[in-house]
Design a protein around this ligand. Sequence first.
Ligand code: ATP
Length: 235
Amino acid sequence: MMLRVRGLTVRYGRLTAVDGIDLDVAAGRIHVVLGANGAGKSSALRGVCGRVRPAAGTVELGGRDLTGRPAWRAARAGLVLVPEGREIVAPLTVEENLLVGAYANRSAGHRRRTLDEVYTMFPVLAQRRGSPGGLLSGGEQQMLAFGRALMADPAAVLLDEPSMGLAPVMVERVLGAVRGIADRGIAVLMVEQNATALGLADEASVMERGKLVLGGPAADVVDDPRVTQAFLGVA
Ligand code: ATP
């Protein structure tokens, strides 16, 4: 497994937001964690990448223990978060936003090649490379956030609700781009409220009140009555 999470627990004071979850993601695979608002999905990703220090549990990337490392060190080791809300720096240009992601990528030649790859993958970013990031549409900003993550040359990426706030046609494009990320051999852990994301998953889990209540090959999870009732609106 590229990314291996065991017993991850995140607490805010007395509230346990994430309660001892296990997750595995292999290189080149997409693991989707589906959960309603407030289930603890963002907290789980923050605990994995070191934005919050887990109260318990372990995080390993390619066999290397990253538990409790601050997020910038995890990113340097190849574990990168694409946060909820995207966190584009509005006044910086598209290209400058991409280069923000490359700060850990020390060779200028490699940086240039990765930038070219990102532009090939997302032609809209190449077209708008000189525009302020804040002027892009929501879907374009999500592509920019993906591109910025790729600039760090990650082994695993954590995607926090990339479809949020996007029109259905954009959701499809953004989710399509996620497969492109995995096809680079990157392990993708994506949390979503939008059950459409299951169509893209290799593995899937369902999170409720801080716990994973269901998990396995995506095809099995999609057919589970708990998923059809709660997320697909089928009685
Ligand atoms: P959403 O889809 O709204 O982002 P989520 O599944 O990602 O939901 P979290 O944001 O992880 O859920 O929240 C899980 C629980 O932890 C909620 O009860 C939330 O109120 C609480 N919580 C999240 N962040 C904090 C924080 N910084 N301090 C205190 N409580 C928090």
